[in-house]
Ligand binder design. Structure first.
Ligand SMILES: [Zn+2]
Length: 184
């Protein structure tokens, strides 16, 4: 399992697509928070090189981590708005699942309002995100079965380990396709 830490404040050049090792490899190396830093984050990539990428500004990642930690053990969820594979805004939507510590269900009214707001701002929905407070950042069977849009990026932020971990996938017909993730 390739994996590595991403540290807030580290140079932005390190994409999630590692060198061409031809096997499962993400970022390598490890990092700890700098003094005063918020936290470090583990980013993992899947096996395919030269796969599509999604870019996420670091400040949005921090927002996501802060939100997810605040709501844990309940999952948080929301839309990723942007254009051309780059996330420009995150739009949290309340989780109204009957067991929010196990799954998420976007509150329909807020979900629609967020979609309209994204459109009004001239952006498009490039993906969704949600947190896994106690489990790894892989889509659950339920996440896979509920993913209806194969072009969207599905970002999952796990708080299960020592450091937050973020993974990105596309999901088509219930099947996972790893998606490169670049935080900068
Ligand atoms: Zn999930």
């Amino acid at each position: 399992m390739g994996g590595a830490s991403y540290r807030y404040g580290s140079p932005p050049q390190r994409g999630a697509a590692g060198p061409d090792h031809g096997r499962d490899r993400g970022l390598t190396g490890s990092g700890r928070s700098a003094a005063g830093g918020c936290c470090s984050l583990l980013l993992r990539a899947g096996s395919a090189d030269r796969r599509p990428m999604i870019e996420l500004p670091e400040r949005l990642l921090e927002e996501m981590v802060t939100h997810a930690r605040r709501e844990a053990p309940r999952e948080v969820c929301g839309w990723l708005a942007g254009a051309e594979g780059r996330v420009r805004e995150i739009h949290p939507v309340p989780n109204v699942a009957d067991a929010p510590e196990l799954r998420f269900l976007m509150e329909p009214g807020a979900q629609l309002a967020a979609m309209r707001e994204i459109e009004r701002r001239g952006l498009e929905i490039v993906g969704t995100y949600h947190s896994h407070p106690r489990t790894p950042a892989d889509p659950s069977a339920r996440d896979r079965s509920l993913a209806l849009y194969p072009d969207l990026a599905h970002l999952i932020l796990s708080l299960a380990g020592e450091e937050p971990e973020l993974r990105a996938h596309r999901i088509s017909d219930g099947r996972l396709k790893p998606l490169g993730l670049k935080v900068q």
